[in-house]
Write a protein that binds this ligand. Structure first.
Ligand code: SF4
Length: 158
C-alpha cells in the first residue's frame, strides 16, 4: 500500500513499528472482527483481547521493556498481506484534532517521516489513499487516536 514511498527492504531492516513498550501500547494494531476470525482459524496460538469494539494482540508489558508483536518472525510479519489495517498504513494514522479527523505521520518511522510534507501530502491525496483511511475510520472509530503534538498533519477530512 505504501510501496511508492516505503520499500519493503527498508521495513525488513527496521521493524520498529512491530515493537511496543508500556508508553506506546496504544499503538498496538487493532484487529478488526473479520481478521480476528482469520487469525483464530489460522494462528490459534495467538491470543487476542478486546479493545473498544475491536481486538488487539495480548501483550504483557514490564516497565520500559520493548515487547514485539507475537506475529513478528525473523522474516517479517507472519500475516503477510493479511496484516491489520493499522499495520498496512503505518506510519500514517488517523487522529482526532479538535474534533476533525486528520491524517498524521509518526516520526518513529524515519524513512517516511524524512520525506517532505509536500511529498507526503501528495501521496495521501493521490489514488484515494486519504479517502480510504477516513472511510475505514468511520467503520472502525477505535482506530482514531488522539492527536499528538508535533506529529505532521498531511490531510484533513473535509
Ligand atoms: S501484525 Fe505484523 S506488521 Fe503488525 S505489528 Fe504485528 S508483526 Fe508487525
Amino acid at each position: 500500500m505504501l510501496k511508492k514511498i516505503l520499500q519493503p527492504a527498508s521495513c525488513g531492516k527496521c521493524r520498529i513499528c512491530c515493537g511496543f513498550d508500556e508508553s506506546d501500547k496504544w499503538e498496538i494494531p487493532l484487529v478488526f472482527s473479520e481478521l480476528k476470525s482469520y487469525i483464530q482459524k489460522n494462528y490459534p496460538e495467538a491470543k487476542l483481547t478486546p479493545r473498544g469494539n475491536e481486538y488487539v494482540f495480548d501483550m504483557q508489558f514490564n516497565g520500559k521493556e520493548v515487547i514485539f508483536c507475537p506475529m513478528l518472525t525473523e522474516t517479517g510479519c507472519m500475516l503477510g498481506d493479511n496484516k491489520p489495517f493499522d499495520c498496512r498504513i503505518w506510519p500514517f494514522r488517523v487522529n482526532d484534532f479538535n474534533g476533525t479527523k486528520v491524517i498524521t505521520v509518526s516520526p518513529v518511522c524515519e524513512t517516511v517521516s524524512g520525506l517532505s510534507l509536500k511529498v507526503l501530502s501528495e501521496f495521501v491525496s493521490a489514488d484515494g489513499f486519504a479517502d480510504m483511511l477516513f472511510s475505514e475510520a468511520k467503520k472502525h472509530p477505535d482506530m482514531v487516536k488522539p492527536y499528538i503534538n508535533g506529529y505532521p498533519i498531511v490531510a484533513a477530512e473535509i
